[in-house]
Write a protein that binds this ligand. Structure first.
Ligand code: PLP
Length: 394
């Protein structure tokens, strides 16, 4: 029963270990405050849920979904319309838009669509794990680019060795960035597009957090850069923008040839999305958007409350411009611990669950990520408990 080499190569899934630690803590009667996974805690807006219920009652919507079906055509149009309104980017719905069963699925499959076993994919590290795990599952060669606080967590394209570049087929970028919360400027995206064009590399941009942005910051689409569509595709998700994480719906947009290979790959593996979810997604994208602004205001308040509370106990965590995470260097007095050991200590002693930096790649060592997916009272309670162990361990 030996797993394939490509599955054996996958890094240990730290979140399974965290689940075990959570279970042990619960068994001991510890109250868990779970700031581990980026799983939105607020409900999907009522008008979206209503549309799901309405369309689920129609038996015509119970079969397989095909790309020529009316609902898929309408969904691709709704996505193109949303992109145009939000980013001013024109997309041809029939060839430049692909609905996905969550963007994670598409990001994994794009590696499978393009990577042979001697093709290199460049992946900044730390990052959202499917960016590199998709490469390993596809059997490609992973080249990690360390990204660091002092560089704003942006990769240095000039530092990539020429012999690696010769074998490189794809690069994965994602700003606003999970887990570091970094954002990128238009100038950076211009550089990234130039770099991909010069080296004939497919540029994959993951824009899952475009709408979760604060303080007048507005995230941009890589497709806003002139000529980007010649080499780039962008992945997007309804999970965070509309609190639809469990529904499994996202999409890819951009270069039609790249997307055609993705569609071909998926065609052998899945059967599209449940039609009522597509109808609900159309409602989300074309309906009132005040649910999004309310959600962003809620995350902004949580961010302010949490950063202030952490500063008060001496943990100087940067205030992010986007995403609903905080990316925090492990306090000096715990610098002898790995991020996993520090997270384990916090779970055992306080019931507060964070994500270890190494869950996002080896260059995440020395950091932990807070997901602001509990309400303000619970966030303050979490900091109170952390303060106590800081005091007892001091
Ligand atoms: C950067 C990033 N991309 C993609 C995803 C996955 O989104 P989806 O639910 O659409 O698969 C996540 C989820 O946390 C994410 O953080």
């Amino acid at each position: 029963m030996n797993e394939s080499n490509r599955i054996k190569k996958l890094p240990k899934y730290l979140f399974t270990m965290i689940d075990d630690l959570k279970r042990e803590a619960i068994a001991k009667g510890i109250d868990i405050i779970d700031l581990g996974m980026g799983n939105p805690d607020s409900p999907t807006a009522e008008h979206i849920v209503d549309e799901l219920c309405r369309s689920a009652k129609n038996p015509k919507n119970h079969g397989y979904s095909r790309s020529i079906d009316n609902v898929e055509v309408a969904l691709r149009e709704a996505i193109a319309g949303w992109y145009h309104t939000r980013f001013g980017v024109e997309l041809i719905p029939g060839s430049e838009v692909v609905p996905l069963i969550g963007s994670k699925e598409g990001i994994a499959h794009i590696s499978l669509a393009f990577l042979n076993n001697d093709d290199v994919a460049l992946v900044p590290n730390p990052t959202y794990p499917v960016h590199f795990n998709g490469v390993l599952i596809a059997g490609g060669v992973l080249h990690s680019i360390p990204i660091r606080a002092e560089d704003g967590y942006l990769p240095d394209f000039d530092a990539i060795p020429k012999d690696i570049l010769k074998k490189t087929k794809m690069i994965f970028l994602s700003y606003p960035h999970n887990p570091t919360t970094a954002v990128a400027s238009k100038a950076f995206f211009e550089k990234a597009v130039d770099f991909a064009k010069e080296n004939e590399i497919i540029l994959v941009h993951d824009l899952a957090y475009s709408e979760i942005a604060f303080d007048e910051y507005k995230a941009i689409s890589i497709l806003e850069i002139p000529g980007a569509k010649e080499i780039a595709v962008e992945f997007h998700s309804l999970s965070k923008t509309y609190n639809m994480a469990g529904w499994r719906i996202g999409f890819a947009v951009g270069n039609s040839k790249i997307l055609a290979a993705l569609v071909k790959t998926k065609g052998y593996i899945d059967f599209g999305l449940f039609k009522p979810i597509q109808y609900a997604a159309i409602k989300a994208l074309t309906g009132p958007q005040d649910c999004v602004s309310k959600q962003v205001a809620l995350y902004e308040r949580r961010r302010d409350v949490m950063v202030d509370a952490l500063h008060k106990i001496g943990w100087k965590v940067p205030k992010p411009k986007a995403t609903f995470y905080l990316w925090a260097r492990i306090p000096d007095r715990y610098s002898g611990l790995t991020s996993m050991e520090f997270v384990s200590l916090l779970i055992r002693e306080t019931g507060v669950v964070l994500s270890p930096g190494t869950g996002f790649g080896e260059y995440g060592e020395g950091f932990v990520r807070f997901a602001l997916v509990e309400d303000e009272d619970r966030l303050i309670e979490a900091v109170g408990r952390i303060k106590k162990i800081f005091e007892t361990e001091a």
